[in-house]
Design a protein around this ligand. Structure first.
Ligand code: 4NP
Length: 169
């Protein structure tokens, strides 16, 4: 089977995208596809480079069975556009920021992660929980789990069809 890679992107890479990273990585492992699907995350900003996920995100994730302790924040860079098949952003500002630095070869790789959501179709954005209450961190996991299931199904279909770069434009 061929390989597929996904990069989850938010602003700080300490709340939403590490949650997506940890949740999706676990689903990929449970599906036995860890050798076929590469998962990573990053932020558009540089404030938290090298930091562990926010404690509130890590605790909310652990309570739902997802361990984020191995993750460290990094900033998106130009080589990511060639390296990853899917670049999935958490909100529309992330999309604008990533589009602004995206080489013209790769715009088809950029999508809102919640384009893959089924149960939460009323919103296309994963709300930033950083300045809010604890329920916001649980909400991030609800949204991420929903979109991750569809994303994994999409990738399984691509792998079965032997398409490794089907998101490339
Ligand atoms: P994230 O949340 O983009 O989901 O990681 C944020 C984390 C940090 C900040 C903003 C949002 N900050 O302003 O430091």
């Amino acid at each position: 089977m061929s390989n597929i890679s996904v990069l989850f992107v938010c602003l700080g890479n300490i709340c939403r995208s590490p949650t997506a990273h940890g949740v999706f990585e676990q689903m990929v492992g449970e599906a036995g596809l860890q050798k076929n699907i590469t998962v990573d995350s990053c932020g558009t900003g540089d404030w938290h480079i090298g930091h562990s996920p926010d404690e509130r995100s890590a605790s909310a994730a652990l309570a739902r069975g997802y361990d984020l302790s191995h993750l460290r924040s990094r900033q998106i860079n130009g080589s990511d556009f060639g390296q990853f098949d899917y670049i999935l952003v958490m909100d529309k500002q992330n999309l604008l920021d990533v589009q602004a630095m995206c080489p013209s070869d790769y715009p088809g790789k950029l999508e809102l992660f919640l384009d893959y959501a089924n149960n939460f179709s009323e919103t296309k954005e994963v709300p930033d929980p950083y300045y809010g209450g604890l329920s916001g961190f649980d909400n991030v996991i609800d949204l991420v789990e929903d979109a991750s299931k569809t994303l994994l199904s999409t990738m399984k279909s691509s792998l079965q069809a032997g398409q490794s770069k089907q998101k490339q434009s």
